[in-house]
Design a protein. Structure first.
Ligand code: ATP
Ligand code: MG
Length: 557
C-alpha cells in the first residue's frame, strides 16, 4: 500500500513553513513519552508521525523522556521505549530528559515570579479548584495572589529547600481567573513532592507540572513542530503564553487525533492493571497492544509502519478495527514467511498399501518469493501420518473436499489418498483413518487421471517432532471494553490464548530455534494454519511457536 497519497494537514503546515523560510526551513520534532509504562500501538502512530515528518523533510527528531513525575517512572520503561523506537526502524538525533532541564525550568519559574507573573499559593487543592470558578463563572482571587515579588521569591526558594511538606504550597502562574479557558485561570506550575527521582535522585523536592515543563523543553531544544494529541488543544493557549512571557524559542504545538482501536485498551494505566493483576503474562504478552507484545507475537516493524501510514493523520477521532492491523501483517508475511507443515490437532492416517519401514523423501516447495528460501528441503513421507482432525468427517456433507468414507484428497507435496475405513475407540471417537494411496498421483508427476479437489497438510508420524503452539485471539470480547458498564477487565476474552502442548511439526521445523540466532526475523507459514514465529520462551527441548495471525480474517463474516 505505497500508493501516492495527498499531504496530511501537518505536512501541509510543515511545507508552508519551509516555503516561507520559518526557522530557516529547519524541521525538528520530538517524541516525548513519559517513562511510566511500555509503548503501545497508539504511540507507534505518534512515533511514525514525528520521525516520519523529520525524515521526509530532512529534519531530525529528539527522543525526550518526559520524566517530571518521580513516583511512576522507572528506568525499565526508559530502556523498553528505546528498544521499541529502534525496533520500529527510527533513530533519534538526541536522547534527552526533561529532568535534565530542572535547573533551567526552576530559573524560568523565578523569572516569572520576578515579572510578577507567578505566586506561591498556600491553599489546599480543593480551595484552589473552587477559586477557579466554573466554565460559566469566573474564578475569585484569594489573599495569596497579592503576595509581593520578594515574598514569592523567598517562599519559592524555601519550597525548593524542602521547608514544606507535600501539598503545603504550590506555585501558580498569575494569568487570568476569568479566562474562558480554564487552563488559563492561574494554573499550578510547580508542586512539592518529596520523592526519589529515577535520574535526579533526591536533589529536588519540587517538580514542574506538565504544562510548565513541556513547552519550555520544546523551546530549550528549539523544536519547530511540537505534535501532540487532541486533548491538548485547551493547553495550547498556556503553551504560547509561557513562551511569550519567558521570551524563549517560539515552538508551536499542533494536535492530531489519537489512535483508538477496537477489542483492546490503550492507556498505559489500564495496560498496567492487566500486567499487575496477571491477566496477561507481562507487558510483552502477545495479546497486548504494546509494541513489545506485537513484536513477540510476530508483527514486523514494516507491518506496523504501513498500518500507521494507512490510518493517516486526522483531526477527528475514530476507532480503527484491529483487523486492519492484521491485514498489514498478513500482507507482509505472505511475502516473507517460509512454508512448513504442522498438525495442531492430530489424528492418525494409515496408508495401508504403503510399505512399512519405508520412507520416501519428497520435495517440499518453500515460498518462492522469500530470499534464501531453501527450496531443496526434503519432507519425509511414510505409512503413518498425522493429519488434522477437522480434515476427516464420518458423515461429510456434500461439498466437503477432504476425507470421509470413500472420499479422495491430495496430501500436500505427495499423493492422492482415498479413505477406505476408520477405527473408533470405546467412546465413539475416531482414532485412525485407513487409506489407499495412488503411486502414480505424485505431486508434479501425476499421471493418475484422478481428481482430488482438496489438499491437506500432514506430518509423518515416525519423523514428527513436537512443539508447543500458542494461538491468540482478541484480548477482549467486546469492541470497546472502555465504554462498557463496570470494569473493563470484566470483558476479557477467556479464549484469547489457547495453548497446544504437543503439536506435530515436520522435522525441518525443529531447527527453528537454532535458526533464530542467524535469522532472527524468520517467520513461518504453517500451511493452512496461519503465520507463526518462535517464542522467546523456547528452548531446544521445548520449542514454542506463537501464531501471529491466521491466514484469513476469521472475524469479517
Ligand atoms: P497513555 O494514556 O496511554 O498513558 P500518554 O499520552 O499518557 O498515553 P505519553 O507517554 O505521554 O503517553 O505519550 C507520548 C506521546 O505519544 C505523546 O505525544 C502522546 O500524545 C502520544 N500518544 C499517546 N497515546 C497515543 C495514541 N493512542 N495515539 C496517538 N498518539 C498517542
Ligand atoms: Mg501521559
Amino acid at each position: 500500500m505505497s500508493e501516492e497519497r495527498s499531504l496530511n494537514f501537518i505536512e501541509e503546515i510543515v511545507e508552508e513553513d519551509i516555503r516561507t523560510g520559518k526557522h530557516g526551513g529547519r524541521v525538528l520534532t520530538r517524541f516525548p513519552p513519559e517513562p511510566n509504562g511500555y509503548l503501545h500501538i497508539g504511540h507507534a502512530k505518534s512515533i511514525c508521525l514525528n520521525f516520519g515528518l523529520a525524515k521526509k523533510y530532512s529534519g531530525n527528531t529528539n527522543l525526550r523522556f518526559d520524566d517530571t513525575n518521580p513516583v511512576t517512572e522507572d528506568t525499565e520503561y526508559v530502556d523498553s521505549i528505546k528498544e521499541d523506537v529502534n525496533w520500529l526502524g527510527f533513530q533519534w538525533a538526541q536522547e534527552l530528559y526533561t529532568s535534565d532541564y530542572f535547573d533551567q525550568l526552576y530559573d524560568f519559574a523565578v523569572l516569572l515570579i520576578k515579572k510578577d507573573l507567578a505566586y506561591v499559593d498556600d491553599s489546599s487543592a480543593e480551595d484552589i479548584a473552587k477559586g477557579k470558578g466554573t466554565p460559566t463563572q469566573p474564578g475569585t482571587p484569594n489573599e495569596y495572589r497579592n503576595r509581593t515579588v520578594e515574598e514569592n521569591l523567598q517562599l519559592f526558594e524555601e519550597m525548593k529547600a524542602g521547608k514544606y511538606a507535600d501539598g503545603e504550597k504550590v506555585l501558580r502562574a498569575k494569568i487570568d481567573l476569568a479566562s474562558p479557558n480554564m487552563h488559563m485561570r492561574d494554573p499550578i506550575i510547580y508542586r512539592i513532592k518529596h520523592a526519589h527521582h529515577h535520574r535526579t535522585g533526591d536533589k529536588w523536592c519540587i517538580y514542574p507540572m506538565y504544562d510548565f515543563a513541556h513547552g519550555q523543553s520544546d523551546a530549550i531544544e528549539r523544536i519547530t513542530h511540537s505534535i501532540c494529541t487532541l486533548e491538548f488543544i485547551p493547553h495550547r493557549e498556556l503553551y504560547n503564553w509561557l513562551i511569550e512571557m519567558l521570551e524563549i524559542f517560539p515552538s508551536k504545538q499542533y494536535e492530531f487525533a489519537r489512535l483508538n482501536m477496537s477489542y483492546t485498551v490503550m492507556s498505559k494505566r489500564k495496560l498496567m492493571q492487566l500486567v499487575n493483576n496477571n491477566y496477561v503474562a507481562g507487558w510483552d504478552d502477545p495479546r497486548m497492544p504494546t509494541i513489545s507484545g506485537l513484536r513477540r507475537r510476530g508483527f514486523t516493524p514494516a507491518s506496523i509502519r504501513n498500518f500507521c501510514d494507512r490510518i493517516g493523520v486526522a483531526k477527528r477521532e475514530n476507532i480503527i478495527d484491529f483487523s486492519l492491523l492484521e491485514f498489514f501483517i498478513r500482507e507482509d508475511l505472505n511475502k516473507t514467511s517460509w512454508r512448513r507443515m504442522a498438525v495442531l490437532d492430530p489424528i492418525k492416517l494409515v496408508i495401508t498399501n504403503f510399505p512399512e519401514n519405508e520412507t520416501e523423501w519428497l520435495d517440499g516447495e518453500n515460498n518462492p518469493e522469500v530470499e534464501g528460501g531453501d527450496d531443496s528441503r526434503q519432507v519425509p513421507f511414510s505409512r503413518e501420518l498425522w493429519i488434522e482432525r477437522e480434515d476427516f468427517m464420518e458423515e461429510p456433507p456434500k461439498k466437503f473436499f477432504r476425507l470421509g468414507p470413500g472420499l479422495m484428497c491430495r496430501l500436500k507435496f505427495a499423493y492422492i489418498v482415498r479413505c477406505d475405513d476408520f477405527v473408533k475407540d470405546g467412546n465413539g471417537n475416531v482414532t485412525e483413518i485407513h487409506c489407499t494411496y495412488f503411486p502414480d498421483s505424485k505431486s508434479g508427476h501425476d499421471t493418475s487421471g484422478l481428481k482430488a479437489k482438496g489438499t491437506m497438510h500432514w506430518v509423518s508420524v515416525k519423523h514428527a517432532k513436537t512443539a508447543e503452539v500458542r494461538l491468540y485471539d482478541r484480548l477482549f470480547k467486546v469492541e470497546q471494553p472502555d465504554s462498557e458498564e463496570g470494569d473493563f477487565k470484566d470483558y476479557i476474552n477467556p479464549e484469547s490464548l489457547i495453548v497446544i502442548k504437543d503439536a506435530y511439526i515436520e522435522p525441518d521445523l525443529a531447527n527453528a530455534i537454532q535458526q533464530l540466532t542467524d535469522f532472527p526475523d524468520r517467520r513461518y507459514q504453517f500451511i493452512r494454519k496461519g503465520y507463526f514465529c518462535v517464542d522467546k520462551d523456547s528452548s531446544t527441548e521445548n520449542l514454542i511457536f506463537n501464531r501471529t495471525v491466521t491466514l484469513k480474517d476469521g472475524w469479517s463474516k
